[in-house]
Design a protein around this ligand. Structure first.
Ligand SMILES: Cc1cc2nc3c(=O)[nH]c(=O)nc-3n(C[C@H](O)[C@H](O)[C@H](O)COP(=O)(O)OP(=O)(O)OC[C@H]3O[C@@H](n4cnc5c(N)ncnc54)[C@H](O)[C@@H]3O)c2cc1C
Length: 438
């Protein structure tokens, strides 16, 4: 018997066809907005009751922003949409022959289904790394990392064991993409400007930051110029970058790299890649390398009335033989294109999807970022301003933008971070005595 047996999705049928969206991420929100005035009843399901702005998760993990400023309530986003239903429920199965989906709180039928449930951290099947390293894909994971990191420093103050101090203050970041580079930069800044004020009794020369990547350069998806600049910026923060190197083993106390290096570390941040969040139920022929195969109209190959957009969708083409990059603009543009197509009665009027790549960027600490626009690439202070502006304008919710901006201004002016709290999940004592509550 499941603990949810007494719950029901309880969505009344209206006279409009029902379009079910799995996931309130960038793609899910955009498709629901695009179809607001169309003739559909819209049902959105997400395992969380909020949308997460993942590009700034690393700032939550490194005590730069509160989680509330990068997350927005899904109910609030759609509170004035008509014939729209949100249910917080994890989808566990797809049944395309019956045109239903299975959730932890029961089944739901659909006329059209849009799968927009994104991706998950890819551990390449390594159970030990899954259990011992820190992922950064969801708000609770970023908060867990923040608390763990600060607990490490609290313990460093209280131990005399030099090897333990080493393990507590070393950080290994795996993955030299934008997330890994941004985390390394943020930790470098914490080490230089923030932590020494909080922990005057720690000699921060013992804190070592390592960034490990299997490829020959950082930011592999960006220009050569940006890769080199990113490396130069990280060197200024004393981040030790190991390229063409992979993690061979991690026992929770020390990391062994493929070049034989052993790094004592209690914190390994896993930013080495993501893979599609596949939900059971689609035929094997509809899947390709961890993503759902779709045609140029986002229709899932081999099943009727099912679409997939964003990170989960593998729209294979000559230009993108393994699908589009897993970034927010792809999810948003695919949702916009699908929304426009779905309002037409006849598929003869549908337009195929064409990705407009407006560029990519990454920041490495204060005043430093790299930006690749289609025609030119630049770095430094101006790039950092561009990075901040683009991210600020992309955050969902006006209040969140305001809070983020004020936090950034505060951090910049004071060389401080306002959110260095260790907050752990409340665990109820198993043996509770009435006197405990006094
Ligand atoms: C740390 C980090 C940094 C990033 N930085 C950038 C960046 O700087 N620029 C950029 O363009 N992109 C960046 N990305 C990538 C970007 O966030 C994704 O490409 C984008 O979120 C994809 O949108 P989506 O709608 O496909 O999925 P998501 O936005 O991931 O949304 C998926 C939603 O589905 C829900 N869900 C998942 N499984 C289920 C289930 N079984 N049942 C119910 N709900 C479910 C999730 O809770 C989530 O709300 C970053 C990603 C990460 C992790």
């Amino acid at each position: 018997m499941s603990p949810f047996d007494h719950l029901h999705l309880d969505i009344p049928r209206s006279n409009k066809p029902r379009l079910v969206i799995i996931g309130g991420g960038f793609g899910g929100i955009q498709i629901a907005k695009s179809l607001r005035k169309a003739n559909f009843q819209i049902v959105m399901l997400d395992r969380h009751n909020y949308h997460t702005f993942q590009p700034l998760l690393y700032q939550v993990a490194t005590a730069g922003l509160e989680p509330d400023s990068i997350a927005e309530s899904l109910r609030k986003i759609f509170d004035n949409h008509k014939d729209f239903y949100f249910r917080m429920a994890r989808v566990t199965g797809l049944n395309p022959e019956k045109k239903t989906i299975t959730t932890l709180v029961g089944e739901l039928s659909y006329d059209l289904l849009v799968i927009a449930n994104g991706s998950k951290t890819n551990y390449f099947g390594n159970r030990e790394l899954y259990e011992r390293t820190f992922p950064m894909k969801q708000v609770p994971q970023a908060l867990d990392l923040r608390s763990h990191m600060l607990q490490n420093f609290e313990q460093t103050v209280m131990t005399q064991d030099l090897r333990e101090k080493d393990r507590l203050t070393n950080f290994v970041i795996v993955g030299g993409g934008p997330t890994g580079v941004e985390v390394a930069g943020a930790l470098g800044e914490l080490k230089k400007h923030v932590l020494p004020k909080d922990y005057p009794d720690i000699d921060f020369n013992i804190m070592n930051l390592h960034l490990v990547d299997g490829g020959p350069r950082l930011l592999a998806g960006m220009s050569d110029k940006s890769s080199k600049k990113a490396l130069e910026y990280l060197n200024k923060f004393d981040v030790k970058v190991s390229l063409n190197t992979v993690v061979k083993d991690y026992d929770g106390q020390k990391v062994t790299l493929s070049d034989g290096t052993v790094i004592p570390a209690k914190t390994v941040i896993w930013a080495a890649g993501v893979t599609g969040n596949i939900i059971d139920g689609l035929p094997e022929s509809s899947l390709h390398k961890g993503r759902i195969k779709v045609d140029e109209y986002s229709r899932v190959v081999g099943v009727d009335d099912v679409f997939a957009i964003g990170d989960i969708a593998g729209m294979l083409s000559d230009e993108f033989p393994n699908g589009h990059p897993m970034v927010a603009p792809v999810a948003i543009q695919q949702a916009q294109a699908l929304g426009k197509n779905l309002v037409h009665q006849s598929t003869a009027d549908w337009k195929s999807f064409k990705y407009r790549d407006k560029g990519s960027m990454a920041t490495i600490g204060r005043n430093k970022a790299v930006v690749d626009l289609p025609k030119f690439h630049f770095g430094g202070f101006f790039a950092w301003m561009v990075w901040m502006f683009v991210h600020l304008m992309s955050i969902v919710g006006f209040r969140n933008r305001l809070v983020t901006l004020s936090n950034w201004v505060w951090n910049y002016m004071t060389y401080d971070r306002g959110t260095r709290l260790i907050i752990r999940t409340f665990i109820r004592k198993k043996s509770h005595k009435p006197s405990d509550s006094l």
